[in-house]
Design a protein. Structure first.
Length: 512
């Protein structure tokens, strides 16, 4: 009789907590990179002579490679081994970061960013799936995913602080070089301590049509939203990208339903708990990315904060996320059903976002922004922890990499949508306000500056109202679709026996 993933031997793996340290370090590096470069971009643009029209490609090159290749990266991790994929991803990410830090021109910088995205797409799903196959005891799994969820949620805000420090006191190049020690320590540590459970690889032949269709479809989708932000939603290329993405991803689904060894087995998506996680988390990330963008601009442009002070202004959110993940989410995960953490968590975050709809030019940081950030952090931290754990819910270990890639894909696509959609809404509201106050804006002097600031804040507030609605929708999806009980409560799905669709794939199943 084959051993299951929850055998005492695997549960007692003495290296699993050491492995968590290095997995968490790698995850922190990837999440930091998503925001740290934003702070450094103005300085890098000046030094390298990047035009205003091309500067967005410093962000877009990474997003396209990362978002487009995540499913492929997850499948490679399943096939060649998650430890191998994890270490190769770290080494490649470090080399690409060194190339970016040493960039002498626009082409070199954009190439380095694309390479970072390629290796990030290998690294991110490998990290999450390693946790899924190494932590099988319900309580230990809750703690491990609590730590991982706190990092996934709060790392972006940490990137703003670190990016501000490095750019202001050293040089923008250090926002790239800082990745190297992270990657080296994580790679060496992972190679020494990670022991991937035997029999959890998926050695089926690679689904080449699936790789091509998913990669091109996701690249078209991410690029469509990225282009919409700068060129508009009615731009011909933007519309063409969305149409191409829909056609390619529809073809991908048809191929996956027919091929013998699919890149993304549809059973991974169609199990209601995993599907609920991917959808609710993707929507929540739309709201979070919009918030980072607007709050950063509000603090720096309207309130006049320095990059470092802006970074520190995000600390309450980080504290809330850590508290929500490790103290609330992790402690309650084994006692209550995940939907009773995710739904209320998203609603608490929505309450924090609702406070921020009251932003004014002279709003008080302690009275308004600080409590709003605490609520956002607590809510998102509490919801992220069970979401990360459920992303590999009841899945065959041979599919753990691609299931992990799906949660990363939902976040990446959500981030692209959030930045484009909410920024467009904010820009429209700002333009409308300026049109209504054209006479004051034309008067010049302090009065005109005040109108400009008020127009910006009006735009932020309008977009944040949408973010509130999106978080409420996330809560509704989590409460409706996710129906598994608490881990170890006898729920057949929660305990790892999976859904009916997984039943025919009973190689050892990951236990909850």
């Amino acid at each position: 009789m084959p051993k299951t993933a929850a055998t005492p031997e695997s549960a007692a793996d003495p290296s699993r907590w050491k492995a968590l340290v290095f997995i968490a370090l790698a995850q922190l590096m990837v999440v930091l990179d998503a925001t740290i470069v934003n702070i450094a971009l103005p300085s890098a643009q000046t030094d390298l002579g990047i035009s205003d029209g091309n500067r967005q490609w410093v962000i877009t090159a990474y997003a396209l490679a990362f978002g487009g290749l995540l499913l492929f990266g997850g499948r490679i991790a399943d096939k060649w081994g998650r430890k191998n994929a994890f270490v190769v991803g770290l080494v490649g990410f470090a080399l690409a970061s060194a190339l970016g830090g040493a960039a002498t021109g626009e082409a070199m910088m954009l190439g380095a960013r694309a390479l970072q995205g390629v290796f990030g797409a290998l690294l991110a799903p490998a990290a999450l799936s390693l946790l899924a196959v190494m932590f099988t005891d319900a309580k230990e799994r809750a703690k491990a995913f609590g730590i991982y969820g706190a990092i996934a949620g709060g790392g972006g805000a940490v990137g703003l602080i670190l990016g501000g420090f490095l750019t202001e006191y050293l040089n923008w190049r250090w926002t790239f070089f800082v990745n190297i020690p992270f990657a080296v320590v994580a790679a060496v540590g992972a190679w020494m301590v990670i022991r991937e459970p035997a029999g959890s690889r998926n050695r089926a032949p690679l689904d080449i049509p699936g790789v091509l269709l998913s990669t091109t479809g996701l690249v078209a989708l991410v690029y469509g939203f990225t282009r919409a932000e700068s060129a508009g939603w009615s731009d011909a290329v933007t519309v063409a990208m969305f149409i191409a993405s829909a056609v390619l991803l529809a073809a991908f689904v048809l191929v996956e339903a027919k091929v013998k060894s699919p890149l993304l087995p549809l059973r991974v998506l169609l199990e209601r708990n995993r599907g609920g996680v991917y959808l609710s988390l993707g929507l929540a990330v739309i709201a979070m990315f919009g918030l980072f963008l607007f709050l950063t601009y509000y603090l720096q442009v309207v309130k006049g904060f320095s990059p470092v002070k802006t970074g520190f202004a995000f600390l309450p959110m980080i504290a809330g996320m850590i508290l929500g993940s490790t103290q609330i989410g992790a402690r309650l995960m084994t006692r209550v059903a995940p939907r009773l953490l995710m739904g209320p968590g998203f609603l608490v975050a929505a309450a924090g976002m609702l406070l921020l709809t009251q932003l004014e030019v002279d709003s008080s940081y302690p009275a308004l922004i600080l409590p709003a950030q605490l609520l956002l952090g607590l809510g998102m931290g509490t919801a992220f922890m069970p979401a990360m754990s459920l992303s590999t819910h009841g899945v065959n270990p041979a599919d753990a990499g691609v299931a992990s890639a799906m949660v990363n894909t939902s976040q990446q696509v959500g981030g692209a949508i959030g930045t484009a959609l909410l920024n467009t809404i904010a820009a429209s509201a700002t333009t409308a306000y300026l049109t209504d106050h054209a006479a004051e804006a034309a008067a010049g002097g302090p009065a005109a500056q005040l109108v400009q600031a008020q127009a910006m804040v009006e735009g932020y507030s309008s977009a944040i109202w949408w973010a509130v609605g999106i978080l409420v929708a996330s809560a509704a999806i989590a409460l409706t679709l996710i129906n598994t009980g608490r881990p170890g409560a006898g729920d057949p799905v929660a305990s790892g026996t999976g859904s009916a669709e997984d039943a025919e794939f009973k190689v050892p199943v990951i236990a909850h």
